[in-house]
Ligand binder design. Structure first.
Ligand SMILES: Nc1nc2c(ncn2[C@@H]2O[C@H](COP(=O)(O)OP(=O)(O)OP(=O)(O)O)[C@@H](O)[C@H]2O)c(=O)[nH]1
Ligand SMILES: [Mg+2]
Length: 338
């Protein structure tokens, strides 16, 4: 077991484990403050946080995970805010992970999303966490997965992941949600082209938000044409047969169309229930892969810092990096820990 950092630095392994078990129990019992703290500590990758997460793991896998993605500024947060209100009325507790691609510090993201979803700030049945995707190079999927796991263990029945569909990382994060909603708006010129390739393909439900604006009809028509073309091209499409993708118009700022959107989401959930096991298997595989890659990356850094001599040799062209990499692999994977 690695050494604990920070305030727990002097704790023995067994007292750290006991502390982890205690906190895990409180988080499972719904302690929001400890849940929030755990999410922050996971971001800092503390040993205690990981020990707690290990204890929570058996209690995860129950939440309905909803992915919301689409054009920047399309109104995703406003749609999510309205959906939160809808699910709260239905008595469901809702957790949200909003991923902000631009801000280097999560401070920016937290501010923007808090303002958008402010009315839920005092509701114990709502938990909103923003995550800056910058600074999570390659680890975005792991970080999001961990937060979703905590919210799931805390008993939030619906967990919404909001992310701008700009980078492959962001798309990947949403791709494994139970139901994927893609939000677009009229007036972007060619809407279908304006959405990054690859995003429309994952949509289970398409939303034309800002339907109060000029051109909503045309956008709906364009999307329909696109869906029909796709249906012709791949009649036996994968998980979401194109013909079954619904298009919903919303004016999220006024809450219009949100009931219809929630109904479309519920229909998709029902329709794809038979595929849930397959989806969960894919998610489990990625969770394991993320955890593995993360540890490999850490160990690579450790090994490299112990072997400055290797770096020197490569720099002097005495040995090539490929041979060293092979040796490194042996050191990493041949160790007794695996
Ligand atoms: N006219 C109109 N404006 C809307 C509607 N929904 C959202 N907006 C406005 O669009 C702007 C962007 O809304 P957000 O909800 O922050 O959009 P977003 O997609 O989450 O934005 P990013 O996360 O920054 O990509 C805000 O000023 C909203 O008030 C709508 O239905 N009609
Ligand atoms: Mg947003």
């Amino acid at each position: 077991m690695p050494q604990a950092k920070g305030e727990h630095g002097t704790m023995t392994d067994s007292s750290l484990l006991a502390r982890a078990a205690e906190i895990a129990q409180s988080v499972l019992a719904g302690d929001l403050r400890l849940g929030a703290r755990l999410i922050r500590d996971l971001d800092d990758q503390t040993v205690l946080a990981e020990l707690i997460l290990r204890q929570l793991w058996p209690h995860t896998g129950r939440a309905f995970i909803l992915g919301v993605t689409g054009n920047p500024g399309a109104g995703k947060s406003t749609v999510v805010d309205s959906l939160i209100a809808y699910y709260r009325k239905a008595g469901k507790r809702v957790g949200v992970v909003a991923i902000d691609p631009s801000s280097p510090f999560s401070g920016g993201a937290i501010l923007g999303d808090r303002i958008r979803m402010q009315r839920h700030a005092l509701d114990d049945g709502v938990f909103i966490r923003s995550l800056a995707s910058r600074g999570h190079l390659g680890g975005l999927s792991r970080s999001t997965g961990e937060i979703v796991a905590v919210l799931d263990a805390m008993g939030f029945e619906v967990v919404i992941i909001e992310t701008v569909g700009v980078g492959q990382g962001e798309v990947d994060v949403v791709a494994l949600a139970d139901t994927k909603v893609v939000v677009t708006v009229p007036g972007l010129g060619d809407e279908v082209q304006a959405i990054k390739a690859g995003i429309l393909e994952i949509a289970d439900v398409l939303v034309v938000n800002k339907a109060d604006r000029e051109g909503a009809d045309r956008t709906v028509r364009d999307l329909l044409t696109m869906l029909e073309l796709r249906h012709v091209e791949e009649p036996h499409g994968p998980e979401s047969p194109s013909s079954e993708v619904e298009i919903i118009r919303t004016v999220a700022v006024r809450g219009e169309g949100i009931g219809e959107l929630a109904a479309a989401i519920a229909r998709n959930q029902e329709k794809t229930a038979g595929l849930a096991a397959e989806r969960r298997a894919r998610r489990a595989r990625r969770e394991l892969r993320d955890a593995l890659l993360d540890r490999c990356a850490q160990r690579v850094e450790q090994v490299l810092s112990r072997h400055a001599d290797w770096v020197d040799q490569v720099q002097r062209r005495e040995i090539d990096p490929y041979s060293i990499a092979e040796r490194l692999l042996v050191e990493l994977l041949g160790g007794t820990r695996l």
